[in-house]
Unconditional design. Structure first.
Lengths: 162, 190
């Protein structure tokens, strides 16, 4: 293992570790499985890191690998059938205000979403702007902007959040 | 009004410390798991292959089989080799990549699984049919005319066809669900 690569990886863990940990909360409720997913993401980033050539921002690179790992994790998880997950549009229609405002309620909402909508809301919550979200997901900026608008409306309606 | 990002960044549990050693160990373990799972699939298949080869070549191994059934057993062994090879080559999940968007990665994963499920009749069921047909044909010819043999053979044939049909239908249903999910995905340039 080259020291340089190891150093780069340590930087990634330092800079993005908390974001990856939060991201894993959007996929797994169970603490053990969440820790597993978090480690799987780090392993995937470690393996992918030698291919990083700086053509995109490091943040985009790290989040792509992390979300692609998490997506595979959801696909592997036989407990949740695709048809059980809902789209942003569906959840927005059936939304009623939450009586309690806490992070776990928000995470529950995130986990109930279909993979792409889940990625969008997670990236939005991590503070990425529509252009950055478009880079990670491969959707157009227009498409992302529309979805983010819907996400904001949903968060306001359900949780009274800005 | 509270900000969603502020709420999201709150987490009662601190980010777990992960050492470099843990990452390397886990990375190696993942590689080993893939190798072990492939080896187990091959071992299970090898058992089927050896069993049917013995059936085809050694008279009286499982039962005294007629020549036609032994040819059938040999074809079943060949089909098992084909199915195993196909499964090992096609079912492996690719490593998460950074050079493709999450949309492309998700689409590719769904498409890979849909194609595998939709083609089950071609790569899983069809290869066993010639061998199975010859196997039963041999037994049918041998026992033709004996009292009670006809209904037993018909029943066996119905059971075999029903099992294969159930496998095909279940996989086709799962493939259709994935196709619906695929169709609902936005195009990258939409």
């Amino acid at each position: 293992v080259s020291k340089e690569l190891e150093g780069r990886f340590q930087d990634v863990v330092r800079d993005f570790g908390p974001a990856l940990w939060r991201l894993s909360r959007g996929y797994e409720h169970d603490p053990e499985k969440r820790r597993d997913l978090h480690q799987d993401m780090l392993v995937a980033i470690w393996r992918a890191l030698p291919s990083f050539e700086g053509r995109s921002a490091l943040k985009t690179f790290v989040l792509r690998v992390a979300h692609n790992t998490a997506c595979g994790h959801v696909a592997k998880n036989k407990r949740i059938a695709i048809e059980q997950l809902v789209s942003l549009e569906q959840v927005d229609e059936s939304s009623s205000p939450e009586t309690r405002l806490d992070v776990e309620r928000l995470a529950e909402l995130v986990r109930s979403l279909a993979p792409l909508d889940r990625q969008l809301i997670l990236l939005h919550l991590e503070g990425l702007d529509p252009l950055e979200i478009a880079e990670v997901t491969g959707l157009t900026k227009t498409n992302v902007t529309t979805k983010v608008h819907r996400i904001k409306a949903l968060l306001a309606k359900r949780f009274g959040l800005e | 009004m509270k900000h969603a990002r502020e709420l999201w960044s709150k987490d009662d549990s601190p980010t777990p410390e992960v050492t470099m050693e843990e990452i390397l160990t886990r990375s190696d373990r993942l590689r080993r798991q893939v190798r072990t799972s492939t080896a187990l699939e091959l071992l299970a298949g090898a058992f089927v292959v050896v069993y049917f080869i013995l059936m085809a070549t050694i008279p009286g191994f499982a039962a005294r089989l007629p020549a036609l059934s032994r040819i059938g057993a040999a074809l079943i062994a060949c089909a098992a080799v084909f199915v195993l090879t196909y499964l090992v080559l096609r079912s492996a999940r690719p490593e998460p990549r950074a050079d493709v968007s999450t949309l492309a990665c998700y689409r590719a994963d769904l498409e890979r699984r849909r194609a595998l499920l939709a083609s089950v009749p071609k790569w899983y069921i069809a290869p066993f049919w010639p061998g199975t047909a010859l196997f039963f044909a041999g037994i049918a010819v041998e026992h033709w005319g004996r009292p009670g043999a006809g209904p037993v053979l018909v029943l066996c044939a119905i059971v075999v066809v029903a099992i294969n049909a159930a496998i095909a239908l279940a996989n086709a249903r799962a493939a259709r669900k994935l196709a619906t999910e695929l169709a609902s995905l936005p195009k990258a340039d939409e």
